[in-house]
Design a protein around this ligand. Sequence first.
Ligand code: FE
Length: 240
Amino acid sequence: MSDVVDRKALWDITYGLYIVSSVSDTRTNGQIVNSVIQVSAEPPSIALSINKNNLTHRYIEDSGVLAVSVLEEDTPMPFIGLFGFKSGRDVDKMSQVACRNGETGCPIVTDNALSFMEGRVTGSVDCGTHTIFVAEITSSEVLKSGTPLTYAYYQNVKKGTASKNAPTYKGDLKSQETAQEKIVEGTMKKYVCGVCGYIYDPSEGDPEGNIAPGTPFEELPDDWTCPVCGASKDEFAPED
Ligand code: FE
């Protein structure tokens, strides 16, 4: 890659946060996707980007159908972790959430969704690590009113991270941090989740998990789990 490409420039692009689901024979799967856009008014069409290694990618190629659920702003982090950091090869994600069968046969996640749309793939573009799928919407519905979850809110307010298969994955964040950013508040150490990269910051605690700011990692309850991916405490290691 040319050294005139500053990847940090790409970090300023704005996104939402969605679940994209699909089906292959009787198997279903879904995953978090941040890159979903409407690309045409007539016929109503959307485009989205999926990592080629993901199970959902294969299912979309197999069936040619997909659904998108637009997540609401207060979607719980464990729910995002289930779809963002766990593989459908290991867990049956759809059995753990509310969903319905779409008219295309595609499963549609309705938990924490403001609205959904399903459609048939009309084209695709090979983009290296990812494929852009274009789909014509065949049905859609607003489930409730509310504020859609943006990627910025997920990162800045909910302290979420990008999975390695996300188009926006920033690589090893630790190596990119400035020395100043690495200064640990007081004597309490930050701990990093070995599964998803979430960083537990004692000065902030885990408000969604009822952990007060100022709680050292060592004093977290034994049954505390990563708010992003659900990993247990023993998956965490002190930040370098
Ligand atoms: Fe995690």
